[in-house]
Design a protein around this ligand. Structure first.
Ligand code: NAD
Length: 497
């Protein structure tokens, strides 16, 4: 099984990939493909199938049938198959990372880290699933007023059915398995709709799953244009839950979806509040790591710094010193700053930068762009009338707002539609807790940059940043529903020990 050839089965020709349904790799009857553009070269690098509506319907039918069998598979066997999947994925982590480098311009070492982290996530989910699903609840009736102890209620967790998993481009492997693994351990079937950029890494991931021996039809991977098959998938009556990570598309999906559980993780504009008593070197390191890693294309990137005016000059110069040291170039060379995912994304970032420039922000570096490669920028003296104060650039440009009071920083965090994470730098833990309580965001980090993970931590956004919560335990729970069985005794019965 070792070696690259194991993936030959998923190829439909040189650099063209099949889709996966009913336990087999197939070409679409549409005869059409979708191009994946390498963000570094701006040239097509791979092609994936443009699946038809008929193919989507067939996937859903197969998933429904396979799920019935899977739900009757003992939990320990489901866990065992997931562990096998993790092991196979680990074996191929370097070659899958190679796809990420070409499709999303993530640097080689971070791409490997993403795949390895995903293997750990799958194994952890298998273990956590065994513990969570092994236990139910036993309730008795006499705790509620007016009742005797004549009813016993057995509560257990049962699968939902077919889960639709839609990850975004920036973590196409990790955010696929964070949906697939909890869905499978809980006895559900999964349909993966990978992002176009990142689809090929996603298909490799699915082939590892195929090799692990899951039942035919239980998992499928449908590729194609979101605009052509997106609505059909997200509004399909055969889908019982949608787990989506991405941008505003998630808002429209949530409005169109039927009466099914939704786990939506959307964008963020994570604010970093820096107080006068902060360890400014620690804050600067975290701002640079948080703001510029993977060229700022992370939902939990630091996306706006709100710093107390009295320490702003010191903080800004510490950040600038570190920005100077960031290497800029191609992902194959493991540069810190690599090309952003698409030309439209680079144009959008440029628009935000130009708006800030026109409105008088201070630039600490010169604006420089070659193709999709954008040099890191720290934009100072940003004011609320500038777009970059509120919008998510998803690029290596970071605005700094100088604040006179802590309340100004809290207000900036709470006035935004996004509310994913935020962070505070201070040496005063009491202040930190009180500011954290006042910041209306899904997670607040104290003296550390925003981050998703470790993957078993809860992870959620408020307002336009999401619905529900992720993290291994929460994902397992969201992908089940509660079923209860009530035993009605002929008369009250009190256990005597
Ligand atoms: N909160 C989080 O956990 C988290 C994590 C990573 C990224 N993000 C967010 O994701 C965004 C960047 O990712 P992106 O550009 O891939 O997001 P996106 O919303 O453009 O796409 C996300 C996914 O939705 C699919 N899609 C597009 N149109 C669709 C439709 N009509 N129906 C069904 N699916 C459709 C895409 O193909 C992709 O797989 C940023 O806003 C970022 O903050 C959030």
């Amino acid at each position: 099984m070792a070696g690259q050839n194991v993936f030959n089965e998923i190829l439909a020709g040189e650099d063209t990939f099949k889709f996966y349904t009913d336990g087999e790799w197939k070409t679409s009857t549409s005869g059409k493909t979708v191009n994946i553009i390498n963000p570094s070269t701006l040239k097509p690098v791979f092609k994936v199938q443009a699946c038809t509506q008929d193919e989507v319907n067939k996937c859903v039918d197969s998933a429904k049938a396979a799920q019935k069998i899977w739900a009757k598979t003992p939990l320990w066997k489901r866990a065992e198959t997931l562990h096998r999947f993790a092991a196979i994925l680990r074996e191929h982590s370097v070659s899958i990372a190679g796809c990420l480098v070409k499709e999303i311009a993530k640097c080689q070492k971070d791409s490997v880290t993403e795949v390895v982290r995903s293997c750990d996530l799958i194994s952890y989910t298998a273990e956590e699933g065994i513990r969570i699903l092994a236990q139910g609840k036993f309730l008795v009736s006499d705790s509620f007023p007016g009742n005797e102890r004549n009813k016993y209620c057995l509560e257990s967790k049962i699968p939902l059915g077919v889960i639709l998993a839609i990850p975004p481009f920036n973590y196409p492997v990790n955010l696929a398995v964070s949906k697939i693994a909890p869905a499978l351990i809980t006895g559900n079937a999964v349909i993966l709709k990978p992002p176009t950029q990142g689809a090929v890494a996603g298909l490799h991931l699915i082939h590892c799953l195929h090799l692990a021996g899951f039942p035919k039809g239980l998992v499928s991977a449908i590729t194609g244009k979101g605009s052509e098959i997106g609505d059909l998938l997200t509004m399909h009556p055969g889908i019982n839950c949608i787990s989506f990570t991405g941008g505003d598309t998630g808002i429209s999906i949530s409005k169109k979806a039927g009466m099914i559980p939704l786990q939506m993780e959307l964008g963020g504009k994570d604010a970093c509040i820096v107080l006068e008593d902060a360890d400014l070197d620690l804050a600067a390191s975290n701002i640079v790591k948080g703001g510029y890693s993977y060229s700022g294309q992370r939902c939990t990137a630091v996306k706006v710094v709100c710093v107390m005016e009295s320490v702003a000059d010191t903080l800004v110069s510490a950040v600038n010193e570190k920005v100077k040291k960031l290497s800029v170039g191609m992902p194959e060379k493991n540069c810190d700053i690599t090309p952003v995912v698409s030309e439209s994304s680079a144009n959008f970032i440029q628009g935000l930068v130009e708006d800030a420039k026109e409105k008088g922000a201070t630039f600490h570096q010169e604006w420089k762009r070659e193709g999709n490669l954008i040099w890191p920028l720290l934009i100072d003296h940003v004011r609320p009338d500038m777009r970059i104060a509120w919008e998510e650039p998803f690029g290596p440009v970071l605005p700094v707002i100088r604040i006179k009071t802590i309340e100004e920083g809290i207000h900036h965090c709470n006035a935004n539609n996004f509310a994913l994470q935020g962070c505070i730098f201070t040496r005063d833990i009491n202040k930190a807790i009180m500011i954290s309580d006042a910041m209306e965001s899904g997670t607040i980090q104290i003296n550390g940059a925003p981050a998703r993970g470790p993957d078993h931590f809860p992870f959620q956004g408020l307002r336009d940043s999401g619905i529900g919560s992720q993290g291994i335990i929460n994902s397992i729970n969201i992908m089940c529903k509660v079923k209860s069985t009530v035993i009605n005794l002929p008369g009250p019965s009190y256990t005597m020990g």
